[in-house]
Ligand binder design. Structure first.
Ligand SMILES: C[S@@+](CC[C@H](N)C(=O)[O-])C[C@H]1O[C@@H](n2cnc3c(N)ncnc32)[C@H](O)[C@@H]1O
Length: 266
C-alpha cells in the first residue's frame, strides 16, 4: 500500500534497463512497478538478481515440502501470499498439481497477471491482510498450507507484523501449517559476518581484503532481528499455535543470513 513512509526512488522501476537489485530495498508498491518492466527477467521482476534464484528452485521447493511434512495432506488448499511471478511460483503451481491441492495465489494484479492460469488455482489480488475477506471467500474451508516466502521484508514500512501473523493464523485450518520463509534476520547476518567463515565469504564475494563492517551496538530500525522473530513466535504461541524458527539448508543461496518461521495451528 502506498504510505507516507514509502521510500523515495529516483529510478522509474517500470522502465529502467539497469537496476542494482542486490542493494535496493523493495516494497509492495515498488514491486508492482518492477513487475511491469519488460526489460527484466522473471526473477528480477520480484526483486532478485538472477544469480540469487536461477538454478535454486528445486532446492527451495524441496525445503518447503520437507517443512510442510512432505505435504501429506491431499485434496486440500495451499494459500501462497506474495507468490510473485518468478521461477519459484512456476514450481509451486506444478507442485500443487502433483499433490492434488487447490492453490490460492495472492499478490498484486501486476504479479498475478504473469502467473499461469490453471483450473487448480484462484487468484486474489491485493495487499495482505487488507484482502483477507477475498481470501476467505476463495478458500472458505481455510488453508491446509500457507506459504509466504521472501515477503515479510519487502512489503511496507508500515506493515504491522503482529497483525500479519494474526491474519495468517486466521486463514489456517486446524492442523494447518504456515511457512513464513526466507526472512532476512539482521542478527544472524551480523553473527555470520563476525565469524571467520563470514569474513572469508565477504572478502571473496566483494573481491576485497577488508573485513565486513559489523556494528553490534546498533538498533536496526525497520529490519527484522532475533528479537522480532522471537516476538512473532511468542505471538503465534499466544494464539494457541506451535511456532518455530528454522534454518535453511546450506544449499539455499541466502542460508547464512535468512531464517524460516513455521507455525502449526491446533
Ligand atoms: C521478493 S518477492 C517473492 C515472491 C515469491 N514468494 C518468491 O519467493 O519467488 C515478494 C512478493 O511479495 C509480494 N508482496 C509483498 N507484500 C505483500 C503483501 N502485503 N500482500 C501481498 N503480496 C505482497 C510482492 O508483490 C512480491 O511479489
Amino acid at each position: 500500500m502506498p504510505t507516507d513512509k514509502e521510500p523515495a526512488c529516483d529510478l522509474d522501476l517500470a522502465t529502467a534497463e539497469h537496476i542494482d537489485m542486490a542493494s535496493m530495498e523493495f516494497t509492495y508498491e515498488r514491486l508492482r512497478q518492477l513487475a511491469r518492466n519488460k526489460n527484466l527477467s522473471r526473477d528480477e521482476k520480484i526483486g532478485f538478481p538472477d544469480s540469487y534464484r536461477v538454478g535454486y528452485t528445486d532446492a527451495i521447493l524441496s525445503d518447503i515440502v520437507s517443512k510442510f511434512n512432505g505435504m501429506e495432506r491431499r485434496n486440500g488448499t495451499l494459500v501462497d501470499i506474495g507468490c510473485g511471478c518468478g521461477s519459484l511460483v512456476q514450481g509451486v503451481v506444478a507442485l500443487l498439481h502433483e499433490c492434488n491441492l487447490k492453490g490460492i495465489m495472492v499478490d498484486s494484479e501486476e504479479m498475478l497477471a504473469q502467473v499461469p492460469d490453471n483450473e487448480n488455482i484462484k487468484k486474489v489480488a491485493g495487499f495482505f491482510p487488507k484482502n483477507i475477506d477475498s481470501i476467505r471467500q476463495a478458500a472458505p474451508e481455510g488453508a491446509d498450507y500457507l506459504l509466504c516466502y521472501s515477503v515479510l521484508h519487502c512489503s511496507s514500512p508500515d506493515l504491522n507484523l503482529f497483525s500479519f501473523i494474526d491474519n495468517i493464523i486466521d486463514v489456517l485450518k486446524p492442523g494447518g501449517l504456515a511457512l513464513i520463509g526466507d526472512i532476512p534476520n539482521v542478527s544472524k547476518r551480523k553473527r555470520f559476518f563476525s565469524s571467520a567463515e563470514g569474513i572469508a565469504f565477504h572478502k571473496s564475494f566483494m573481491k576485497t581484503d577488508q573485513a565486513p563492517a559489523v556494528e553490534w551496538l546498533k538498533v536496526e530500525h525497520d529490519k527484522i532481528d532475533d528479537a522480532v522473530l522471537c516476538g512473532l513466535v511468542r505471538r503465534a504461541q499466544a494464539a494457541g499455535c506451535d511456532a518455530y524458527i528454522l534454518p535453511q539448508p546450506s544449499t539455499l543461496p541466502m542460508a547464512n543470513r535468512r531464517d524460516d518461521l513455521l507455525i502449526r495451528k491446533y
